[in-house]
Design a protein around this ligand. Sequence first.
Ligand SMILES: Nc1nc2c(ncn2[C@@H]2O[C@H](COP(=O)(O)OP(=O)(O)OP(=O)(O)O)[C@@H](O)[C@H]2O)c(=O)[nH]1
Ligand SMILES: [Mg+2]
Length: 624
Amino acid sequence: MHVVATAGHVDHGKSTLVRALTGMEPDRYEEERRRGLTLDLGFAWTTLDVPGPGGPAPAEVAIVDVPGHERFVATMLAGVGPVPAVLFVVAADSGWMPQSSEHLDALTALGVRHGLLVVTRSDLGDADLAVEEARDRLAGTPLAGMEAVAVSAPTGAGMDDLRAALGRLLAALPAPDVAAPVRLWVDRAFTIRGAGTVITGTLPAGSVAVGDELELPGGARPGARVVVRGLHSLGRAVPRATGVARVAVNLRGVDVDAVGRGSALTTPGTTVSTADVDVLLRRGPAASPGRPDEGPPPLPEQLLLHLGSAAVPVHVRPLDAPGGVLARLHLSGALPLRIGDVGLLRDPGAHRVVAGVTVLDPAPPPLRRRGAARARAQALADLDGTPDAAGELARRGVARRADLVAMGVPPADVDAVAAAPGVLGDGEWLVDAAAAAPLRHRLAAEVAAAARDRPLEPGLPVEAARRRLGLPSTGLVTALLGTGEAAALELAEGRLRERGAGASGPALPAPVQAAVDAVLADLADAPYAAPEAHRLRELGLGSRELAAAVRAGALAKVADGVVLAPAALAGAAGPLAALPQPFTLSEARQAWGTSRRVAVPLLELLDRRGLTRKLPDARRELLR
Ligand SMILES: Nc1nc2c(ncn2[C@@H]2O[C@H](COP(=O)(O)OP(=O)(O)OP(=O)(O)O)[C@@H](O)[C@H]2O)c(=O)[nH]1
Ligand SMILES: [Mg+2]
C-alpha cells in the first residue's frame, strides 16, 4: 500500500480531486459537506496501476485529504507529517495563493521530496499559466521537479493522466524499512461500541500485528503498554499491517481520553520520551535539509513544533548564536523522539513556517553553567541527524545501551561500539574509552583518600566509589580495574584497596598500634587470659579498632570482644596435650590459665578447626 496526502489552498479542489480519484467521500462530516469546506482530515483509497519491473501491477493507494483553510494548518500538518508523498493542488482559475506558499514551506521543512503538482479546475482557468506560476514558486525546493497534471473534476479531463502520473510517483517512492521499529502517530481516536478505543494513523515503516504490545509514551500513564486487540486497514480487518499503510488500531484497556491526535504508539524502547531536545534548524526561503549559508534573523522564543501528528508549544533557546542553526527546544509536553526526526517550527500568529528542524539529540544534557550553550553548540557542530554509536557514546562518556538504541542508534552499532577497544561495560552500561582514563585517575585518588582518612577500614566500598565517581552502576567501577591508574587497585570483599595493602596487613594508626602493644604486653605472661572488656575500653579498643587489628594480623579473634596474640591462638592445642584424654572444660580452662569466658569459645574454635572433638558427655578429646 501507498499513502499520499493532499496539500494546497482552501477551495482549490483537493477534496473534489480525492472524490474523483477514489469515488469515496473524504469530507466525513455533514458540516463539511454543507459548507463545502474541509475542517478535519479525510481518508479515502483506491487501486491503480503502478509500473514495476514486471509491468504495471495494481496497488492500493490511500489518500489523506487535508484542509486548506489558513485556520487549519495544524490539522494539515498532522495529516502530512508521517506521509512521504503529496498531491500538491493549485486551482487553474485562482493560481498560487497564501496557503499554497504556507503548505509548500511546511512540506519543504518536513523534507517531503515526492509529489505531483495537480492543477485543478482546468475547466475554469488557464492551467498552463497556473503550472508556470507554480513552477516559479517551487523553484529551489525539494518539490521543484515534480510532474504536473491538469485536471477537471466535472469533465474528467486529465484524470487518466493523473492516474498514470500517480502510478509513476508511487513506483518511485523509496521502499520503507519493514523491520523498522513502529511509531504510529495518531491522527484520530474514537470509540466503537463493544470494541472500545480505536486510533488511526499512517504507519510509515515497520509492521503492526494483532496481539502486539506497544508503548504509549506521554499521556496520563507515560510508558504504559497497550495491546493491539484488532487491526483494520482500508476498511478491512487484517492480522498485520506493514508500512507504509493507513491503519486503524483497536486498543485494549486504553481510555479514549488517553490518546488523541499527536499521541504515538511505539515499539517499546525505540524512542526517547522527552521534553528537551537539541535540533538543527533549517531556515530561509528554502528550509530544506542542509545547512543555510547565511544567518537569518533570530527566531521568536515561543513557537509551535509540528512533528509526526503532534503540535506542541516550545520554548526556543539558540545554542550557537541568535539566528544560528542550533537550538535547544523545551517542549510543553514530552514527545517520543529519535535522532534524525524531522519536524518544523511554526509561528501560528504570523502564519509562517519559520524553520525545519532535525533532531540531533533527544536526551541532551542540562545547560547549567555559563557558556554551556556555546560548548553544547560545539559538541553538536558536525552532526546532521544520522545516529552514530561511537559519537553518541563519546559525547556522553557513559550511556546505557538501551538508551542509545532508544535514541535511534541501530542495535548492531551499539554492540559494535561495546566491543570496541577501550570501551568498558557491565552489560547494561557503557563507558567511552576516552572517559575511562579520567575515571581511573579519580578512582585511584578516592581509594588513596579513603585509606588515608579511614585507615581502620579495609578499603573503600565499591558502592561508595560508585557514588563518588558519579557512575550509574558498581559494575562499571569494577570494569575500571586492571589497567591504567586503576592497575594498582584490587577488589576484596566488596571493597577497593591498593594491591598488596591487605597481604602484609594495613598499617594501624599509631594510637591503635600502641593499644594493641599494651594488650600483647598484658598477654606476655598469661597468653590465654584475654583482656577483659574494661581493659579494652580503657585502651580505647572498640569493635572497629579490634576488627582493624585482627585484619592487620596484630591480634587474633576468638569471639566478639575476645582476642589473643595470634601465636597463642595458633598454639592453643599445645597445653591440652598434657591433660588426660578426654578432658573437661574446667581442666582445659586450668591448663590455659584462663576463665570460662575465654575457654568456652576457644574450645569451640578448636572443635571447628578439627583439633578437638566434643563427646556426648560434653568432655573433649584432642585429635591428632
Ligand atoms: N468547475 C470545477 N469546479 C471544481 C473542480 N474541482 C473542485 N471544484 C469546486 O471547487 C470548490 C472547492 O472544492 P473542494 O474540493 O471542496 O476544495 P478543497 O481544496 O477541498 O477545499 P478545502 O478542503 O476547504 O481546503 C467546490 O465547489 C468544488 O465543486 C473542478 O475541477 N472544476
Ligand atoms: Mg477539502
